[in-house]
Design a protein around this ligand. Sequence first.
Ligand SMILES: NC(=O)c1ccc[n+]([C@@H]2O[C@H](COP(=O)([O-])OP(=O)(O)OC[C@H]3O[C@@H](n4cnc5c(N)ncnc54)[C@H](O)[C@@H]3O)[C@@H](O)[C@H]2O)c1
Length: 340
Amino acid sequence: MTQQRTALISGSAGFIGYYLGQRLLADGFRVIGVDSLSDYYDPNLKRRRQANLLQNAGFSAVNEPIETPGLLADLFAEHRPDIVVHLAAQAGVRYSIDNPRSYLESNLVGTFELLEAARAHPPQHMLLASTSSAYGANTEMPYRETMKADHQMSFYAATKKATEAMAHSYAHLFDLPVTMFRFFTVYGPWGRPDMALFKFTRAMLAGEAIDVYNHGEMMRDFTYVEDLVEAIRRLIDAAPIRPESAEDIAEGDSLSPVAPWRVVNIGNSKPVQLGDMIAAIEDALGMEAKRNLMPMQPGDVPATWADAELLRALTGYVPETDIREGVRRFVAWYRDYYQV
Ligand SMILES: NC(=O)c1ccc[n+]([C@@H]2O[C@H](COP(=O)([O-])OP(=O)(O)OC[C@H]3O[C@@H](n4cnc5c(N)ncnc54)[C@H](O)[C@@H]3O)[C@@H](O)[C@H]2O)c1
């Protein structure tokens, strides 16, 4: 019999953490979930997700902020996780303009606490969430991990890019295998109330107009949450190995020449126009949206598009759920959950 592996997931009551927790429990992991249940959006939704995870005896929850000094170090000492997936963060591009300190604390101090804990009690593999926003002002598409990404346009993106560098230094110095994910607009049932799909669905059902930024001239590489989790699951078993020399790094691989560290896009590689996403909601709801055409929001980027070839090379998998199908599943969940 193989020994049961322990995974520590930060942000386990969040949208992605909830799905990943379920998946790892189903795969036989023992899961420690850390989440502050922050009030950035409705904490009841987070509590409901966590209550579902707690139905499984293999799951235990710690509801504290990760930046609490020593909290993660104590948890690592007690549970010695084999795998760590770091999803806890203050997310959201727009909120970061008025509330930068929250990003500093959760994203930078929180990630520092995690890295220190891992230094003391090294897991087999640490996987940390970064974002497609890290590509910032890059206009060459699709985005490849080997491209320079030096011009972040929001403090959110800047903190995420900084965590990539922080984790790289620990990977280099302490031989910690690290995979950084750059996620592309994740959506699906149990999704985030601050994101467009959720906001549009809520407004349309309330008979209100939806705010369409950049007059609808927006393109996003939408990634269905279960596809994303499949990619994460496969990447867990694809820990980077420090190369002997730079010549050993395959073409297109973002593997560091000096550390067991790489960054991997997780996206469909099929960008969708905002208008087509709205049309998918209209179809699923059987009603037409009233649109408020608005200018571009500060800090936002007009388009994202993942090159998913590195993900394919490492895992043999690329997300594929079609936006219409994914939106249908989200709308069905929303109506059931909110009884509207
Ligand atoms: N959803 C997306 O489209 C997307 C895209 C790119 C990157 N990401 C990143 O993926 C990760 C997960 O995103 P999500 O969509 O599930 O967001 P989410 O907000 O639903 O989940 C994050 C969870 O972390 C918790 N949290 C926040 N700050 C914390 C702190 N200081 N201590 C402990 N817990 C804390 C929150 O309570 C929340 O439950 C985040 O790091 C986010 O930046 C998400």
